[in-house]
Design a protein around this ligand. Structure first.
Ligand code: G3P
Length: 219
């Protein structure tokens, strides 16, 4: 499973990228607003840092506007993926832009039929919002499982990008469900690293190492 960072914060992106495990980045208007920076300038920085797919979202509501915005975003860098919301006008824009070779991530997916339509329209990714479904008392991960089954039944090449990930268990469950990608906030990505037994074990190894005579340490 590929790991994307769900942020527009270039410091977080640089830090995660330095760990050598970052496959891409997703942004959305809320995450961009948090940074208080010029949108295109922020995207240029992100695309220069990470070679993998970088999702950038359109804000128009009519297909024509989405298509124009999508073309503009795609010009920023070769690794831009245009994020389009799952609405009727969005489907038209997905069809048009994907026919031009622009990769699309369909966002705000909350049901399997929505995912099926986005895949049929030519989207490269569909983003089911797992955490937001959990928030309203549904099993968000069940949607990922269902989508996996449907896409596999018909050999859809569209990738399932588990989004709205809130904690490490979501990451594990997304991997078990066969999601192609999980996009993860920086804090959750960082928490994947940690285990108290790792810290305790490391402390003990270093303490025991002190017992090895200095002259015997180099071999
Ligand atoms: O980027 C889309 C998605 O990951 C948003 O997550 O936490 O705002 O539901 P969240």
């Amino acid at each position: 499973m590929k790991l994307f960072l769900d942020t527009a914060d270039i410091r977080e992106i640089r830090e995660a990228n330095s760990w050598g495990i970052l496959d891409g980045v997703t942004t959305n208007p809320s995450l961009v607003a948090r940074e208080g920076r010029d949108f295109h300038e922020a995207l240029r920085d992100i695309c220069a840092e990470v070679q993998g797919p970088i999702s950038a979202e359109v804000v128009g509501l009519e297909a024509e506007g989405m298509i124009a915005e999508g073309r503009g975003l795609a010009k920023i860098a070769d690794n831009i993926v245009v994020k389009i919301p799952m609405v009727k006008e969005g489907l038209k824009a997905i069809r048009a832009l994907s026919a031009e070779g622009i990769r699309i991530n369909t966002t705000l997916i909350f049901s399997s039929p929505q995912a099926l339509l986005a895949a049929k329209a030519g989207a490269a990714y569909v983003s089911p919002f797992v955490g937001r479904l959990d928030d309203i008392g549904h099993d968000g991960m069940q949607l990922v499982r269902e989508m996996r089954e449907i896409f596999d039944n018909y050999g859809f090449r569209c990738e399932i990008l588990a989004a709205s990930i809130r904690h490490p268990v979501h990451v594990v469950e997304a991997a078990r469900a066969g999601a192609d990608v999980a996009t993860i906030p920086f804090k959750v990505l960082e928490s994947l690293l940690n285990h108290p037994l790792t810290d305790i074990g490391l402390q003990k190894f270093l303490k025991d190492w002190e017992k090895v005579p200095r002259a015997a340490r180099k071999g």
